[in-house]
Design a protein around this ligand. Structure first.
Ligand code: SDX
Length: 428
Protein backbone atom coordinates (compact mmCIF):
# COMPACT_ATOMS: atom_id res chain seq x y z
CA UNK A 1 0.00 0.00 0.00
CA UNK A 2 1.23 3.47 -0.86
CA UNK A 3 2.13 5.91 1.91
CA UNK A 4 -0.15 8.59 0.53
CA UNK A 5 -3.36 10.36 1.35
CA UNK A 6 -5.96 10.79 -1.39
CA UNK A 7 -7.99 13.95 -0.98
CA UNK A 8 -11.02 14.88 -3.04
CA UNK A 9 -11.92 18.56 -3.19
CA UNK A 10 -15.71 18.50 -3.23
CA UNK A 11 -15.79 22.08 -4.49
CA UNK A 12 -14.70 20.89 -7.94
CA UNK A 13 -14.32 17.10 -7.73
CA UNK A 14 -10.52 17.21 -8.23
CA UNK A 15 -8.44 14.54 -6.50
CA UNK A 16 -4.95 14.99 -5.03
CA UNK A 17 -2.43 12.48 -3.78
CA UNK A 18 -0.43 13.75 -0.79
CA UNK A 19 2.67 11.84 0.44
CA UNK A 20 2.71 10.68 4.07
CA UNK A 21 6.15 10.75 5.68
CA UNK A 22 6.80 9.82 9.31
CA UNK A 23 3.08 9.88 10.07
CA UNK A 24 2.66 13.43 8.78
CA UNK A 25 1.67 15.24 5.61
CA UNK A 26 3.51 18.36 4.56
CA UNK A 27 1.22 21.36 4.99
CA UNK A 28 2.70 23.00 1.89
CA UNK A 29 1.23 20.14 -0.22
CA UNK A 30 -2.21 21.52 0.61
CA UNK A 31 -1.33 24.65 -1.34
CA UNK A 32 -1.78 22.64 -4.54
CA UNK A 33 -5.47 22.30 -3.72
CA UNK A 34 -7.02 25.22 -5.59
CA UNK A 35 -10.33 26.05 -7.17
CA UNK A 36 -8.78 28.40 -9.77
CA UNK A 37 -5.36 29.54 -10.99
CA UNK A 38 -5.46 32.69 -8.83
CA UNK A 39 -6.66 30.83 -5.74
CA UNK A 40 -3.92 30.99 -3.03
CA UNK A 41 -4.46 27.31 -2.24
CA UNK A 42 -5.61 25.51 0.87
CA UNK A 43 -3.98 26.16 4.25
CA UNK A 44 -4.23 24.22 7.50
CA UNK A 45 -5.55 26.15 10.52
CA UNK A 46 -4.06 25.09 13.85
CA UNK A 47 -4.16 27.71 16.63
CA UNK A 48 -1.75 26.80 19.45
CA UNK A 49 -0.23 24.05 17.25
CA UNK A 50 -2.44 21.28 18.62
CA UNK A 51 -1.61 18.99 15.71
CA UNK A 52 1.29 20.55 13.83
CA UNK A 53 4.90 19.39 13.84
CA UNK A 54 7.08 22.47 13.35
CA UNK A 55 10.38 20.63 12.89
CA UNK A 56 12.22 17.33 12.74
CA UNK A 57 14.24 16.77 15.89
CA UNK A 58 16.51 14.05 17.20
CA UNK A 59 16.98 15.61 20.64
CA UNK A 60 14.11 14.49 22.87
CA UNK A 61 11.43 11.82 22.51
CA UNK A 62 8.12 11.88 24.40
CA UNK A 63 5.32 9.34 24.29
CA UNK A 64 2.59 11.27 26.08
CA UNK A 65 0.17 8.35 26.36
CA UNK A 66 2.70 6.04 27.92
CA UNK A 67 4.48 8.69 30.01
CA UNK A 68 7.87 8.12 28.33
CA UNK A 69 10.64 10.74 28.11
CA UNK A 70 14.06 10.12 26.55
CA UNK A 71 17.02 12.37 25.75
CA UNK A 72 18.68 11.14 22.54
CA UNK A 73 17.15 7.72 23.22
CA UNK A 74 18.22 7.42 26.87
CA UNK A 75 15.32 7.03 29.37
CA UNK A 76 15.06 9.98 31.75
CA UNK A 77 14.94 7.58 34.72
CA UNK A 78 18.41 6.21 33.88
CA UNK A 79 19.89 9.65 33.31
CA UNK A 80 18.43 10.95 36.58
CA UNK A 81 19.90 8.01 38.43
CA UNK A 82 23.33 7.74 36.84
CA UNK A 83 24.35 10.83 34.88
CA UNK A 84 25.43 14.33 35.83
CA UNK A 85 23.80 17.46 34.47
CA UNK A 86 26.84 18.47 32.39
CA UNK A 87 27.01 14.95 30.93
CA UNK A 88 23.35 15.33 29.90
CA UNK A 89 24.16 18.77 28.52
CA UNK A 90 26.73 17.21 26.19
CA UNK A 91 24.32 14.41 25.32
CA UNK A 92 21.64 16.91 24.33
CA UNK A 93 24.02 19.23 22.49
CA UNK A 94 26.27 16.69 20.78
CA UNK A 95 23.99 13.68 20.39
CA UNK A 96 26.10 11.15 22.32
CA UNK A 97 27.24 10.58 25.88
CA UNK A 98 30.79 11.99 26.05
CA UNK A 99 34.03 10.06 26.56
CA UNK A 100 35.91 10.86 29.78
CA UNK A 101 38.44 13.11 28.04
CA UNK A 102 35.81 14.97 26.01
CA UNK A 103 33.73 15.43 29.13
CA UNK A 104 36.66 16.70 31.21
CA UNK A 105 37.39 19.22 28.49
CA UNK A 106 33.74 20.39 28.40
CA UNK A 107 33.54 20.72 32.19
CA UNK A 108 36.78 22.73 32.12
CA UNK A 109 35.41 25.01 29.39
CA UNK A 110 32.12 25.59 31.20
CA UNK A 111 33.68 26.14 34.61
CA UNK A 112 36.11 28.69 33.14
CA UNK A 113 33.35 30.84 31.68
CA UNK A 114 31.28 31.27 34.83
CA UNK A 115 32.34 34.85 35.58
CA UNK A 116 30.39 37.74 34.09
CA UNK A 117 31.76 41.16 33.24
CA UNK A 118 31.65 43.54 36.21
CA UNK A 119 29.32 45.77 34.21
CA UNK A 120 26.77 42.95 34.11
CA UNK A 121 26.91 42.90 37.89
CA UNK A 122 26.47 46.67 38.03
CA UNK A 123 23.60 46.43 35.57
CA UNK A 124 21.89 43.94 37.88
CA UNK A 125 22.59 46.09 40.94
CA UNK A 126 20.52 48.80 39.23
CA UNK A 127 17.27 46.89 39.71
CA UNK A 128 14.86 47.88 42.46
CA UNK A 129 15.42 46.08 45.77
CA UNK A 130 12.19 44.10 45.30
CA UNK A 131 12.61 43.30 41.59
CA UNK A 132 11.30 39.90 40.57
CA UNK A 133 14.33 37.60 40.11
CA UNK A 134 12.95 36.18 36.85
CA UNK A 135 12.61 39.70 35.37
CA UNK A 136 16.21 40.37 36.39
CA UNK A 137 17.36 37.07 34.91
CA UNK A 138 15.62 37.64 31.56
CA UNK A 139 17.02 41.17 31.30
CA UNK A 140 20.54 40.11 32.26
CA UNK A 141 20.58 37.31 29.66
CA UNK A 142 19.47 39.81 27.00
CA UNK A 143 22.13 42.28 28.19
CA UNK A 144 24.88 39.67 27.63
CA UNK A 145 24.33 40.07 23.90
CA UNK A 146 25.88 43.55 24.14
CA UNK A 147 29.05 42.06 25.65
CA UNK A 148 29.62 39.55 22.84
CA UNK A 149 29.00 41.27 19.49
CA UNK A 150 30.55 38.30 17.63
CA UNK A 151 27.59 36.20 18.84
CA UNK A 152 25.49 37.24 15.86
CA UNK A 153 27.73 35.12 13.62
CA UNK A 154 25.37 32.24 14.25
CA UNK A 155 26.36 30.27 11.12
CA UNK A 156 29.95 29.89 12.37
CA UNK A 157 30.17 26.63 14.40
CA UNK A 158 33.14 27.83 16.48
CA UNK A 159 31.44 31.10 17.42
CA UNK A 160 28.26 29.20 18.15
CA UNK A 161 30.06 26.76 20.43
CA UNK A 162 31.64 29.62 22.37
CA UNK A 163 28.28 31.22 23.06
CA UNK A 164 26.74 27.87 24.05
CA UNK A 165 29.50 27.33 26.61
CA UNK A 166 29.21 30.92 27.84
CA UNK A 167 25.46 30.67 28.30
CA UNK A 168 25.55 27.34 30.15
CA UNK A 169 28.36 28.71 32.33
CA UNK A 170 26.86 32.10 33.06
CA UNK A 171 23.16 31.40 33.64
CA UNK A 172 23.80 30.06 37.18
CA UNK A 173 25.80 33.22 37.93
CA UNK A 174 23.01 35.50 36.69
CA UNK A 175 20.44 33.40 38.52
CA UNK A 176 22.40 33.54 41.78
CA UNK A 177 22.95 37.31 41.45
CA UNK A 178 19.20 37.81 40.98
CA UNK A 179 18.60 35.77 44.15
CA UNK A 180 21.21 37.64 46.21
CA UNK A 181 19.80 40.94 44.99
CA UNK A 182 16.28 40.01 46.07
CA UNK A 183 17.63 39.07 49.50
CA UNK A 184 19.72 42.23 49.85
CA UNK A 185 22.87 40.11 50.08
CA UNK A 186 26.26 40.77 48.43
CA UNK A 187 26.80 38.92 45.16
CA UNK A 188 29.15 35.93 45.40
CA UNK A 189 31.71 35.28 42.65
CA UNK A 190 31.85 31.79 41.08
CA UNK A 191 34.11 29.08 42.54
CA UNK A 192 35.41 27.12 39.60
CA UNK A 193 36.85 24.30 41.69
CA UNK A 194 33.33 23.23 42.69
CA UNK A 195 30.97 21.19 40.53
CA UNK A 196 28.53 23.05 38.27
CA UNK A 197 25.74 22.58 40.80
CA UNK A 198 27.98 23.00 43.84
CA UNK A 199 29.18 26.32 42.46
CA UNK A 200 25.58 27.45 41.97
CA UNK A 201 24.71 26.57 45.56
CA UNK A 202 27.83 28.42 46.75
CA UNK A 203 26.90 31.57 44.82
CA UNK A 204 23.44 31.40 46.36
CA UNK A 205 24.11 30.38 49.96
CA UNK A 206 27.70 31.36 50.82
CA UNK A 207 27.92 33.77 53.74
CA UNK A 208 31.08 34.50 55.74
CA UNK A 209 32.71 31.05 55.55
CA UNK A 210 36.13 30.93 53.81
CA UNK A 211 35.18 27.93 51.73
CA UNK A 212 31.60 26.89 51.03
CA UNK A 213 31.08 23.12 51.10
CA UNK A 214 27.78 22.11 49.49
CA UNK A 215 25.71 19.42 51.18
CA UNK A 216 26.18 16.35 48.90
CA UNK A 217 22.48 15.33 49.04
CA UNK A 218 21.31 18.80 48.06
CA UNK A 219 24.04 19.13 45.42
CA UNK A 220 22.98 15.85 43.81
CA UNK A 221 19.27 16.73 44.16
CA UNK A 222 19.84 19.95 42.24
CA UNK A 223 21.86 18.17 39.58
CA UNK A 224 18.95 15.75 39.11
CA UNK A 225 16.47 18.63 38.97
CA UNK A 226 18.57 20.33 36.29
CA UNK A 227 18.66 17.04 34.33
CA UNK A 228 14.89 16.65 34.57
CA UNK A 229 14.30 20.20 33.35
CA UNK A 230 16.97 20.17 30.63
CA UNK A 231 14.75 19.59 27.61
CA UNK A 232 11.17 18.76 26.71
CA UNK A 233 11.01 18.98 22.93
CA UNK A 234 8.79 21.65 21.36
CA UNK A 235 7.27 23.23 24.49
CA UNK A 236 6.27 26.91 24.50
CA UNK A 237 9.67 28.36 25.50
CA UNK A 238 11.71 26.07 23.24
CA UNK A 239 9.48 26.86 20.28
CA UNK A 240 10.05 30.52 21.16
CA UNK A 241 13.83 29.96 21.14
CA UNK A 242 13.60 28.35 17.72
CA UNK A 243 11.22 31.01 16.40
CA UNK A 244 13.34 33.97 17.56
CA UNK A 245 16.54 32.20 16.53
CA UNK A 246 15.13 31.58 13.05
CA UNK A 247 15.65 35.30 12.32
CA UNK A 248 19.38 34.60 12.91
CA UNK A 249 19.58 36.88 15.93
CA UNK A 250 22.29 36.11 18.53
CA UNK A 251 21.52 33.34 21.08
CA UNK A 252 21.47 35.72 24.09
CA UNK A 253 18.55 37.66 22.61
CA UNK A 254 16.78 34.45 21.60
CA UNK A 255 17.33 32.85 25.01
CA UNK A 256 16.00 35.91 26.81
CA UNK A 257 12.82 35.51 24.76
CA UNK A 258 12.62 31.81 25.57
CA UNK A 259 13.05 32.57 29.28
CA UNK A 260 10.27 35.16 29.03
CA UNK A 261 7.96 32.49 27.57
CA UNK A 262 8.93 30.16 30.40
CA UNK A 263 8.00 32.80 32.99
CA UNK A 264 4.24 32.47 32.30
CA UNK A 265 2.04 30.71 34.89
CA UNK A 266 0.84 28.12 32.38
CA UNK A 267 4.46 27.08 31.65
CA UNK A 268 7.55 27.31 33.91
CA UNK A 269 5.89 29.85 36.17
CA UNK A 270 3.53 27.08 37.29
CA UNK A 271 6.02 25.82 39.92
CA UNK A 272 5.54 29.09 41.82
CA UNK A 273 1.76 29.02 41.25
CA UNK A 274 1.60 25.54 42.81
CA UNK A 275 3.11 26.91 46.01
CA UNK A 276 0.75 29.89 46.11
CA UNK A 277 -2.12 27.43 45.59
CA UNK A 278 -0.96 25.10 48.38
CA UNK A 279 -0.49 28.02 50.75
CA UNK A 280 -3.98 29.27 49.93
CA UNK A 281 -5.52 25.83 50.55
CA UNK A 282 -3.79 25.96 53.93
CA UNK A 283 -4.58 22.51 55.30
CA UNK A 284 -5.40 18.98 54.16
CA UNK A 285 -9.02 19.26 55.32
CA UNK A 286 -9.64 22.08 52.79
CA UNK A 287 -8.62 19.96 49.80
CA UNK A 288 -12.11 18.57 48.93
CA UNK A 289 -13.53 22.12 48.79
CA UNK A 290 -10.70 23.23 46.52
CA UNK A 291 -11.27 20.25 44.20
CA UNK A 292 -14.96 21.25 44.01
CA UNK A 293 -13.87 24.73 42.86
CA UNK A 294 -11.62 23.20 40.20
CA UNK A 295 -14.46 21.04 38.92
CA UNK A 296 -16.76 24.06 38.66
CA UNK A 297 -13.93 25.93 36.86
CA UNK A 298 -13.59 28.50 39.63
CA UNK A 299 -9.99 27.42 40.21
CA UNK A 300 -7.25 25.59 38.39
CA UNK A 301 -5.18 22.81 39.86
CA UNK A 302 -1.73 24.21 39.09
CA UNK A 303 0.97 21.63 38.38
CA UNK A 304 -1.61 19.33 36.80
CA UNK A 305 -2.31 18.65 33.13
CA UNK A 306 -0.09 18.73 30.10
CA UNK A 307 -0.46 19.27 26.37
CA UNK A 308 1.48 16.10 25.55
CA UNK A 309 1.25 13.82 28.59
CA UNK A 310 -2.03 12.01 28.98
CA UNK A 311 -0.39 10.01 31.73
CA UNK A 312 1.75 10.71 34.81
CA UNK A 313 4.68 12.98 33.83
CA UNK A 314 7.72 10.71 34.38
CA UNK A 315 9.65 13.69 35.78
CA UNK A 316 7.01 14.27 38.47
CA UNK A 317 7.47 10.68 39.68
CA UNK A 318 11.23 11.19 40.06
CA UNK A 319 10.81 14.59 41.74
CA UNK A 320 8.28 13.20 44.23
CA UNK A 321 10.82 10.55 45.28
CA UNK A 322 13.63 13.13 45.34
CA UNK A 323 11.55 15.36 47.63
CA UNK A 324 11.64 12.72 50.35
CA UNK A 325 15.46 12.53 50.09
CA UNK A 326 15.81 16.31 50.29
CA UNK A 327 13.45 16.51 53.28
CA UNK A 328 15.80 14.16 55.19
CA UNK A 329 18.27 17.05 55.12
CA UNK A 330 16.02 20.10 55.22
CA UNK A 331 13.09 18.80 57.24
CA UNK A 332 9.69 18.12 55.69
CA UNK A 333 7.79 20.82 53.88
CA UNK A 334 4.40 20.92 55.65
CA UNK A 335 2.74 21.64 52.29
CA UNK A 336 3.70 18.14 51.08
CA UNK A 337 0.76 16.67 52.95
CA UNK A 338 -1.64 18.98 51.10
CA UNK A 339 -0.01 18.23 47.75
CA UNK A 340 -0.27 14.48 48.29
CA UNK A 341 -3.90 14.75 49.33
CA UNK A 342 -4.65 16.87 46.24
CA UNK A 343 -3.02 14.24 44.06
CA UNK A 344 -4.84 11.38 45.80
CA UNK A 345 -8.28 12.94 45.42
CA UNK A 346 -7.66 14.29 41.91
CA UNK A 347 -6.57 10.91 40.60
CA UNK A 348 -9.87 9.38 41.78
CA UNK A 349 -12.15 12.10 40.39
CA UNK A 350 -14.03 11.74 37.11
CA UNK A 351 -13.17 15.37 36.12
CA UNK A 352 -9.43 14.61 36.09
CA UNK A 353 -9.70 11.01 34.86
CA UNK A 354 -11.81 11.89 31.82
CA UNK A 355 -9.49 14.76 30.88
CA UNK A 356 -6.39 12.66 31.60
CA UNK A 357 -4.97 15.24 33.99
CA UNK A 358 -1.99 14.08 36.05
CA UNK A 359 0.75 15.84 38.03
CA UNK A 360 3.36 17.47 35.79
CA UNK A 361 7.00 18.48 36.41
CA UNK A 362 5.94 21.58 38.34
CA UNK A 363 3.72 19.89 40.91
CA UNK A 364 6.40 18.71 43.37
CA UNK A 365 9.52 20.71 42.38
CA UNK A 366 8.43 23.83 44.29
CA UNK A 367 8.17 21.87 47.53
CA UNK A 368 11.85 20.99 47.26
CA UNK A 369 12.83 24.55 46.37
CA UNK A 370 10.85 25.92 49.29
CA UNK A 371 12.34 23.38 51.72
CA UNK A 372 15.75 24.66 50.59
CA UNK A 373 14.55 28.16 51.52
CA UNK A 374 14.31 29.58 48.03
CA UNK A 375 11.69 32.33 47.72
CA UNK A 376 8.74 31.30 45.54
CA UNK A 377 9.32 33.92 42.84
CA UNK A 378 12.80 32.45 42.29
CA UNK A 379 11.41 29.02 41.23
CA UNK A 380 11.04 29.84 37.51
CA UNK A 381 14.69 30.97 37.46
CA UNK A 382 15.70 27.53 38.74
CA UNK A 383 13.72 25.96 35.89
CA UNK A 384 15.49 28.25 33.40
CA UNK A 385 18.99 27.16 34.49
CA UNK A 386 18.34 23.54 33.52
CA UNK A 387 16.29 24.41 30.42
CA UNK A 388 19.06 26.62 28.99
CA UNK A 389 20.76 23.48 27.70
CA UNK A 390 17.63 22.30 25.88
CA UNK A 391 17.01 25.73 24.37
CA UNK A 392 20.58 25.76 23.03
CA UNK A 393 20.47 22.19 21.71
CA UNK A 394 17.22 22.91 19.86
CA UNK A 395 18.47 26.28 18.60
CA UNK A 396 21.60 24.67 17.19
CA UNK A 397 19.58 21.89 15.57
CA UNK A 398 17.27 24.47 13.99
CA UNK A 399 20.21 26.40 12.52
CA UNK A 400 21.68 23.24 10.99
CA UNK A 401 18.36 22.04 9.55
CA UNK A 402 18.23 22.76 5.81
CA UNK A 403 14.43 22.52 5.83
CA UNK A 404 14.10 25.44 8.26
CA UNK A 405 13.68 29.08 7.28
CA UNK A 406 12.62 32.17 9.18
CA UNK A 407 9.47 31.19 11.11
CA UNK A 408 6.50 32.98 9.64
CA UNK A 409 3.03 31.52 10.21
CA UNK A 410 0.09 32.38 7.97
CA UNK A 411 -3.21 33.77 9.23
CA UNK A 412 -6.85 33.71 8.31
CA UNK A 413 -7.75 37.37 8.03
CA UNK A 414 -11.04 38.19 9.78
CA UNK A 415 -10.95 42.02 9.66
CA UNK A 416 -12.93 44.45 7.51
CA UNK A 417 -12.69 44.52 3.72
CA UNK A 418 -11.13 47.57 2.02
CA UNK A 419 -12.71 50.86 3.11
CA UNK A 420 -11.85 54.52 2.66
CA UNK A 421 -10.38 56.78 5.33
CA UNK A 422 -12.94 59.01 7.08
CA UNK A 423 -11.82 62.36 8.55
CA UNK A 424 -12.26 62.62 12.32
CA UNK A 425 -15.20 65.01 12.09
CA UNK A 426 -17.11 62.58 9.88
CA UNK A 427 -16.86 59.58 12.23
CA UNK A 428 -19.91 58.46 14.21
C1 SDX B 1 5.19 22.95 31.72
O1 SDX B 1 4.81 21.67 26.96
C2 SDX B 1 5.70 21.28 27.80
O2 SDX B 1 6.41 20.35 27.57
C3 SDX B 1 5.78 22.11 29.07
C4 SDX B 1 6.69 21.56 30.20
C5 SDX B 1 8.16 21.62 29.82
O3 SDX B 1 8.93 20.85 30.40
O4 SDX B 1 8.53 22.47 29.01
O5 SDX B 1 6.33 20.24 30.57
C6 SDX B 1 6.58 22.48 31.46
O6 SDX B 1 4.83 23.99 31.22
C7 SDX B 1 4.25 22.09 32.56
C8 SDX B 1 2.84 22.64 32.65
C9 SDX B 1 2.76 23.67 33.74
N1 SDX B 1 1.45 24.34 33.79
C10 SDX B 1 0.54 24.09 34.74
O7 SDX B 1 0.72 23.25 35.62
C11 SDX B 1 -0.68 24.97 34.68
C12 SDX B 1 -1.91 24.12 34.84
N2 SDX B 1 -2.08 23.32 33.67
C13 SDX B 1 -2.98 23.76 32.62
O8 SDX B 1 -3.02 25.13 32.41
C14 SDX B 1 -2.90 22.94 31.31
O9 SDX B 1 -3.07 21.60 31.65
C15 SDX B 1 -1.69 23.12 30.38
C16 SDX B 1 -1.43 24.57 30.01
C17 SDX B 1 -0.42 22.54 31.00
C18 SDX B 1 -2.00 22.35 29.05
O10 SDX B 1 -3.06 22.97 28.42
P1 SDX B 1 -3.84 22.39 27.14
O11 SDX B 1 -3.12 21.27 26.54
O12 SDX B 1 -4.14 23.56 26.26
O13 SDX B 1 -5.18 21.80 27.77
P2 SDX B 1 -6.50 22.57 28.01
O14 SDX B 1 -6.23 23.82 28.73
O15 SDX B 1 -7.24 22.69 26.69
O16 SDX B 1 -7.30 21.60 28.97
C19 SDX B 1 -8.15 20.55 28.53
C20 SDX B 1 -9.23 20.40 29.58
C21 SDX B 1 -10.01 21.70 29.79
O17 SDX B 1 -11.29 21.31 30.29
P3 SDX B 1 -12.57 21.36 29.29
O18 SDX B 1 -12.59 22.73 28.64
O19 SDX B 1 -12.38 20.24 28.30
O20 SDX B 1 -13.76 21.17 30.20
O21 SDX B 1 -8.67 20.09 30.86
C22 SDX B 1 -8.94 21.17 31.79
C23 SDX B 1 -9.27 22.37 30.92
O22 SDX B 1 -10.08 23.30 31.63
N3 SDX B 1 -7.68 21.39 32.51
C24 SDX B 1 -7.60 21.65 33.81
C25 SDX B 1 -6.23 21.75 34.12
N4 SDX B 1 -5.53 21.54 32.98
C26 SDX B 1 -6.42 21.34 32.02
N5 SDX B 1 -8.55 21.81 34.74
C27 SDX B 1 -8.12 22.09 35.99
N6 SDX B 1 -6.82 22.20 36.36
C28 SDX B 1 -5.86 22.03 35.42
N7 SDX B 1 -4.59 22.14 35.76
Amino acid sequence: MADTLTVTDNRNGKTYEIPIRDGAISAIELRKIKTSEDDFGLMSYDPAYLNTASCRSSVTYIDGDKGILRYRGYPIEQLAEKATFLECAQLLLEGELPSKSRHDQFVHEVMHHTFVHENVKRFMEGFRYDANPMSMFISAVAALSSFYPEANEVEDPAVRHRQIVRLIAKVPTLAAYSYRHSQGLPYVYPSNELSYTGNFLAMVFKMSEMKYVPNPTLERAFDVLFILHADHEQNCSTSTMRQIGSSRVDPYSALAGAAAALYGPLHGGANAEVLYMLEKIGKKENVPDFIKKVKSKDAMLMGFGHRVYRNYDPRAKIIKKLAHEVFQVTGTNPLLEIAMELERIALEEEYFISRKLYPNVDFYSGLIYQAMRFPVDFFPVLFAIGRTVGWLAQWQEMLQDKEQKIARPRQIYTGPDKRDYVAMGGRG
